[in-house]
Ligand binder design. Structure first.
Ligand SMILES: *[C@@H]1O[C@H](CO)[C@@H](O)[C@H](O)[C@H]1NC(C)=O
Ligand SMILES: *[C@@H]1O[C@H](CO)[C@@H](O)[C@H](O)[C@H]1NC(C)=O
Ligand SMILES: *[C@@H]1O[C@H](CO)[C@@H](O)[C@H](O)[C@H]1NC(C)=O
Ligand SMILES: *[C@@H]1O[C@H](CO)[C@@H](O)[C@H](O)[C@H]1NC(C)=O
Ligand SMILES: *[C@@H]1O[C@H](CO)[C@@H](O)[C@H](O)[C@H]1NC(C)=O
Length: 435
């Protein structure tokens, strides 16, 4: 009996050591930070994990281009591998030999022959360590800063790929001089820079533009106090999302927060140019599309030319705003690739002009606008009438029945209506064209 018991103890002890080794190994493979003396190599399969195990950073390749290796960030909590950031998207490693390490006060990726293929390119500061935060931000900490929430020498959030995560900001920051924007992947299995980009136009009345190379494909419509864009989107619950648009001297940015735990939501500019919001559905193990654009032909930029508006329920979908007629009179109605419309009667400019009120509209392109958030609609109308170049006006904020004032000078472009949503747009007409 006694000897059996001793054997049993010995066996238990060996098993304990065995499991302890496995557990130790598992922990050693995934670190929380990368110190100045450590490195991450492709062959070690080592990764960096955020403290709450939400995100993971490491080298990866993709099935169709398995000879190219990238450094990226993905969700550790989500079973379907989803990349949210790629460092060396346009400089992949061409063989499974690569190292990430802190070198010369920078974070850099080195290839087989120890040549850097990617670097944070910092010229000042002293890097203490690299760390992946629970919001997905990969940061470099300064030796001389002890502020855990800030004082980053560098952060991946300043160099987005195709994804906007909660707490990440798009737009302009005067401190860094950066205007952060999204650029699509080339293809679903190719993270290199694609043709589509989405930028926040930060002057005047800010809005998002989605471009294919240099060509504008779509614009969101300006921030209306609640959201960018005019359609009332999500029919699915989004009460866990808080949107934040900030326009100050220091920044013009858009960001959002997720206010409930265990919800993963992101904005993506897809490789086909779709601007979409996705939320992870754990039960179905899929990304649920809450909203996307462009939705129909009326979302195509300048679909109906100047002074036209697009209505997807009419055929053709292009129409002239009241008081305007097709520029090309040979064409009955307006073709969808129309040249737009022209005014029937010239504006008088000194009294006599008035406004037609168009309901449920996406506000026109905001390139030539002036915003005054302190005045209301009545003063806005007066301001527009006083300026001979003013062609339209609207509330700049639709909350509480509307407030603020935005005026357009010059041509009215890229207007559409919505079955739900949109807002009132007042377009200036000569007295003869008013009822
Ligand atoms: C890394 O992962 C690959 C594929 O899963 C495996 O073949 C390889 O042995 C791993 N290397 C180490 C050092 O664990
Ligand atoms: C660092 O500088 C090199 C050379 O100017 C450039 O090609 C590379 O894109 C820069 N890296 C980053 C992350 O900006
Ligand atoms: C919104 O963004 C601004 C500027 O970045 C920030 O100061 C503010 O705290 C944010 N508000 C919320 C509710 O996140
Ligand atoms: C931006 O920052 C610079 C200093 O870095 C400052 O001189 C300038 O006034 C700032 N711009 C605005 C609009 O605040
Ligand atoms: C109106 O537009 C014309 C031509 O674009 C310009 O020369 C003029 O300065 C503008 N007037 C006002 C008051 O903005």
């Amino acid at each position: 009996m006694r000897s059996i018991s001793n054997y049993h103890h010995a066996y238990t002890f060996i098993m304990f050591i065995f499991f302890a080794l496995i557990v130790f190994q598992a922990f050693s493979i995934s670190a929380k930070t990368l110190s100045a003396t450590e490195s991450l190599t492709i062959s070690s399969n080592k990764t960096i994990t955020s403290s709450g195990e939400i995100f993971e950073l490491g080298f990866f390749n993709l099935p169709s281009t398995s000879s190219r290796w990238y450094l990226g960030i993905w969700y550790k909590k989500i079973s379907r591998r989803t990349y949210v950031w790629v460092a060396n998207r346009d400089n992949p490693l061409s063989s499974p030999h690569g190292t990430l390490r802190i070198f010369d006060n920078n974070l850099a990726i080195f290839d087989q022959s120890d040549t850097p293929v990617w670097s944070t390119n910092l010229t000042k500061g002293h890097v203490r360590s690299a760390e992946l935060l629970d919001n997905g931000n990969f940061v470099l900490r300064d030796l001389n800063s002890n502020d855990p929430a800030d004082g980053f020498l560098w952060q991946s959030f300043d160099f987005p790929t195709d994804t906007l995560l909660p707490e990440m900001k798009l737009g302009w920051d005067n401190r860094t001089g950066l205007n952060r924007f999204l650029r699509s992947w080339k293809a679903p299995d190719d993270p290199s820079s694609g043709d589509f980009s989405t930028k926040l136009k930060t002057n005047g009345f800010p809005e998002f533009y989605v471009c294919n190379k240099e060509l504008i494909m779509y614009r969101s419509g300006p921030w209306n106090g609640i959201r960018f864009g005019s359609d009332v989107p999500e029919t699915k619950p989004t009460d866990y999302l808080v949107y934040n648009f900030t326009a100050s001297n220091e920044e013009v940015t858009y960001s959002y927060l997720v206010t409930k735990t265990n919800i993963y939501s992101r904005i993506l500019l897809s490789s086909t140019g779709l601007f979409e919001r996705l939320t992870w559905l754990e039960t179905a193990k899929t990304w649920d599309q809450l909203w996307y654009s462009p939705k129909d032909q009326c979302d195509n930029y300048k679909q109906c030319g100047s002074y036209g508006y697009c209505d997807s329920s009419t055929s053709p979908s292009c129409n002239c705003i009241k008081g305007f007629e097709p520029r090309n009179e040979q064409v009955p109605g307006l073709r969808d690739d129309s040249d737009g419309c022209v005014r029937k009667t010239r504006l008088s400019c000194n009294g006599g002009d008035g406004f037609v009120r168009l309901k449920k509209m996406k506000l026109p392109d905001t390139k030539a606008t002036n915003v005054d958030r302190r005045i209301g609609l009545k003063e806005c109308e007066e301001r527009c009438l006083k300026d001979c170049n003013c062609t339209a006006f609207a509330s700049s904020d639709i909350r509480n029945g509307g407030s603020g004032c935005v005026v357009w000078t010059g041509e009215i472009l890229d207007v559409r209506n919505h079955a739900n949503g949109g807002q009132d747009l007042y377009v200036r007409l000569a007295a003869a064209d008013l009822d």
